[in-house]
Design a binder for this molecule. Sequence first.
Ligand SMILES: [Zn+2]
Length: 277
Amino acid sequence: MPELPEVETLKRGLSKALKDDAIVGVEVLREQSIAFPGVEKFVSSLPGHKFKTVVRRGKYLLIELDGGVGLACHLRMSGRLLVREAKSKAEPKFLRVRFLLASGRELHFEDMRVFGRLWFKPKGKSFEDIIPTLLKLGAEPLDELNSKHLLVAFKGKKQAVKTALLDQHILAGVGNIYADESLFLTGIHPTVVASKLTADKLSALVENIRLVLNQAIISGGSTLRDYTDSSGVNGRYQNQSWVYGREGKPCRKCKAAIERIKLNGRSSHFCPLCQSS
Ligand SMILES: [Zn+2]
């Protein structure tokens, strides 16, 4: 599943690739991919608008177009947004929405599992108006997050810290890989009760969350089954992960075998020695 670094990488890629371009046509091949408004309105409203800015909020991509309208995207499990040269030989298998661009290229929304969604933002509306979930998203881990956020959010929480880190109301966009990685670097066992963590541990955790996210962004995100950046290039973070996806392999610090448990339905990877408390 694309996580924050993948979406941030995509945001940076699209900001560059779509600069000075405009949408001249839209073709929806799968109606389910359009969350708002109806397909007809979606198709008729976007052409003629130029790309202005691309921002990321949590795992949402928010694209402002000229004329006060916008386009939002959530990739969910397997969605991808790719800028392709128009004369691509074969039609991509999982193409759900095709945007024809003034440059002659195409912006493709491809999505094998069809959980990803696109929204059109009409003039006079904000992205929050059409996607109310945006209002409930927690702190952005790359800038506004600090240990006080976590101290307040974890107060009285009987959940495991790993589960609390995945709560989008607390942190926007930190998913499974980066939760596992930052807990490893901070030496915190994933099952530790969130409210039991000291302020010192929490500030170290915040620093490590930022560290792993930034490293992943530099590597272009993680290589996951269906993820590639806007030009179709795979990320490389997973090759360098500390614990994620390394069950049974030796810990890169102490050589103990990495373990995997299920917490709240999600796989959690950890080193039994480096994360003993
Ligand atoms: Zn270890």
